[in-house]
Design a protein around this ligand. Structure first.
Ligand code: SAM
Length: 430
């Protein structure tokens, strides 16, 4: 396919996302099934246009004075892929599959408009009503933080030290443009490409089948490391989901001690079994029944609550969720988090630690949540994490944002990772 066909495909998918309000991945898959002649390069290019359009939907719409799928897709090529109106017109000339050309008013708007004159939410590509939360989280840097959440993310891998060293995995993936990650000692990074370029399909590699690595954002690797699970620990991963952090902690414990993985949603937990097998993990017990787990109340030296959240820290990867977020859904998540924290706290033994993590950057889900918890649970106190960060990750590493010296907020702008919140609370000894 030439550029015109790809652009038309992306416009079709963007229209589908808008009208049927379905996840991006599902719409792209449907498009692929209905257009089997499209090659893998075409699908990747269409996916890139769609994701780029959604990441910057608000500023694209402002610059084109039009928020239609056609205007958004054109804006991607003009603002992100390096085309000018002239070079774009040339590239599309004679292409019978190209969409309707840019209108005069779209071209005029694009050439005349100045984004610095737009409302700040539009400049940062976040919903207006979220701006106060970003200001509360990041102070005067909030706009830089918001903009960084609208860029393409890297592809990050975590080396499974139960099976391989980082050097060995780097070698096995040589042709995929891999490099050691900057902060996680187990991390490997493939930088985000530009334009139509594709990220490598690393899960098709033999090294992946052999369990040498997992796909895991560097931020997720770092928060797992900050739990500091040791070989003697009894750890409970109370919101284990598909087991990303369970696997990281189990490997950090050298297959010793014990990790108990629980999730209230059986379906989310299901993939963990296969992943544990591939990773060669022997120190994990999986629970899908809270009744059985209740025999272990007050038993654990470390309890991790990787809480359900709005996922604002992952907006680079799931940009459609940015525009679907509502004040009500934030409130719902806050309630679920409170419930999970209260329940999980009962499993921490005296002198043990409760770790709270979200992949959101909103203070309502983070520092505010922890403040409310500490008020209701005087037996817990916050552990100062800023110095632990420096001790574990290194002096030279960029520092995450910390409102109070205790909690940490990782983000694309500061740590070059997805957005994550981390707080550690110690339960008083008897
Ligand atoms: C952010 S996800 C976990 C991701 C996972 N830890 C990982 O690293 O891949 C949050 C999980 O919390 C679970 N959850 C929500 N409320 C819960 C509760 N009260 N008790 C246990 N799990 C809960 C959800 O089913 C969801 O799988």
């Amino acid at each position: 396919m030439r550029l015109g066909g790809r652009l038309a495909g992306a416009i079709e998918v963007l229209g589908d996302i808008e009208t049927r309000r379905r996840p991006v991945a599902d719409c792209l898959k449907d498009w692929g099934l209905a257009h089997r002649f499209a090659g893998s390069g075409d699908r990747a290019a269409i996916g890139n246009i769609v994701y780029d359009a959604l990441r910057m939907r608000s500023s694209h719409a402002y610059m084109m004075d039009d928020d239609s799928p056609t205007a958004l897709a054109y804006a991607v090529l003009l603002r992100q892929w390096g085309y000018s109106p002239e070079s774009l017109a040339q590239a599309l000339e004679g292409d019978t599959y190209a969409p309707t050309p840019l209108t005069e008013s779209q071209t005029e708007a694009f050439l005349a408009r100045d984004l610095t004159q737009a409302p700040l939410g539009v400049q940062g590509d976040i919903p207006d009503w979220v701006v106060p939360s970003f200001e509360a989280a990041f102070g005067e840097n909030w706009l830089t933080e918001a903009k960084a959440l609208a860029l393409r993310p890297s592809l990050d891998l975590r080396v499974n030290t139960l099976k391989a060293k980082r050097e060995k995995v780097l070698k096995a993936l040589e042709r995929s443009n891999v490099k050691p990650a900057a902060l996680s000692s187990l991390g490997i990074r493939v930088e985000a490409g530009e334009g139509a370029s594709r990220l490598p399909n690393v899960t098709a590699e033999l090294a992946f089948q052999k369990g040498w690595f997992e796909v895991q954002d560097e931020g997720s690797q770092l928060v797992s490391a900050l739990v500091e699970p040791s070989d003697n620990d009894q750890v409970l991963d109370f919101c284990a989901g598909g087991g990303g952090k369970t696997l990281a902690m189990a490997a950090a414990m050298h297959n010793k001690g014990q990790v108990h993985a629980f999730d209230s949603d059986r379906k989310r937990l299901a993939p963990i079994i296969e992943r544990l097998k591939r990773a060669g993990t022997h120190n994990v017990q999986v629970h899908d029944n809270i009744k059985a787990l209740q025999a272990l109340l007050g038993h654990f030296s470390k309890v991790l609550v990787d809480a359900p959240c709005t996922g604002t820290g992952t907006w680079r990867r799931r940009p459609d969720t940015k525009w679907r977020l509502t004040e009500r859904s934030v409130q719902e998540r806050v309630e679920q988090q409170k419930q999970a924290l209260d329940e999980a706290a009962t499993y921490v033994r005296p002198g043990g630690e409760l770790v709270y993590v979200t992949c959101s950057v909103l203070p309502e889900e983070n520092d505010r949540q922890i403040e409310a918890f500490l008020e209701n649970h005087p037996e817990f106190t916050a552990v100062p994490m800023v110095d632990r960060w420096t001790a574990l990750i290194g002096d030279a590493a960029p520092k995450p944002v910390s409102q109070n010296g205790a909690s940490l907020t990782l983000s694309p702008a500061t740590t070059g990772t997805d957005g994550f919140f981390f707080a550690k609370l110690k339960r008083a000894s008897l």
